[in-house]
Design a protein around this ligand. Structure first.
Ligand SMILES: C[S@@+](CC[C@H](N)C(=O)[O-])C[C@H]1O[C@@H](n2cnc3c(N)ncnc32)[C@H](O)[C@@H]1O
Length: 231
């Protein structure tokens, strides 16, 4: 099976011979690929929606993978997974605040897992902040361009990390250290977005709050420029 680049990047972060929980699996492509490629020994595919999980089951059944190697469970977040049952947890294709919410509900259980592969569709800054404040360290990150969007994929483990500048919550530090080939494009998109908000504020708002927003965006633009100069 050929995965989209976003899903393939998630699979790339999964350690060999792992036992995985794919939380919010929906179509089940990731569990399928992990077993088909023999990267994982077993995957527990979960979803809060029975309908979504039925999609997984019918896709997987066609190839008779269901049973020992792919187990499906309906449930909210980490609830369907027992402590120490898996070593790797994937939570992908959801908002960063929902991912943080799922982890925060069971941090003690999270202590029993090793690798976390997280792919926020939005609010990646909030997710990185949550990870930093709740005993996770970011081991690596990837960016993938697909359908006009740049997706962020985060590989984290339990641990402590000192973050020397808030900009690293918005732009993954590992992406900067590794000079990721898509990072320039990613930052230019942020710069364009900030310019367009500033121009809207200039046209329509004159309040103190708008002035403050503009000031913060201009500070951010200077930071984006600093990061660009490191690349
Ligand atoms: C957009 S799909 C993402 C599917 C796949 N993980 C991917 O990255 O392509 C989001 C899935 O997460 C499920 N979901 C949402 N909230 C959840 C939660 N709290 N626990 C488990 N699954 C959840 C939804 O039912 C849906 O099937």
């Amino acid at each position: 099976m050929k995965l989209s680049e976003r899903l393939q990047s998630i699979v790339n972060f999964v350690p060999h011979n792992s036992i995985v929980a794919d939380i919010g699996t929906d179509h089940g492509y990731v569990p399928y690929k992990l077993i088909e490629s023999r990267k994982s020994k077993q995957v527990i595919a979960t979803d809060i929606s029975k309908d979504s999980l039925n999609k997984t089951i019918s896709a997987i059944r066609q190839d008779l993978l269901i049973g020992e190697e792919i187990i499906t469970r309906v449930g909210n977040g980490l609830e369907p997974i027992k402590p120490f049952e898996v070593d790797t947890v994937i939570i992908a294709g959801m908002g960063g605040t929902l991912i943080a919410d799922i982890l925060s509900k069971d941090l003690k259980k999270a202590d029993s897992f090793i690798d976390f592969i997280l792919q926020p569709m939005v609010a990646s800054t909030e997710l990185r902040l949550f990870l930093n404040q709740n005993g996770f360290e970011i081991i690596d990150e990837d960016l993938v361009a697909e359908d006009g969007f740049i997706y962020e994929i985060i590989h984290a483990k339990r641990g402590l990390e000192l973050i020397p500048d808030d900009i690293y919550f918005e732009i993954g530090r590992k992406l900067i250290q590794n000079k990721h080939p898509l990072l320039e494009e990613f930052i230019h998109r942020k710069i364009n977005q900030a310019h367009s908000i500033i121009s809207d504020l200039n046209k329509h708002c004159d309040s103190l709050k708008a002035q403050e927003r503009k000031y913060n965006l201009e500070k951010k633009l200077a930071k984006y420029q600093e990061v660009l100069e490191c690349l």
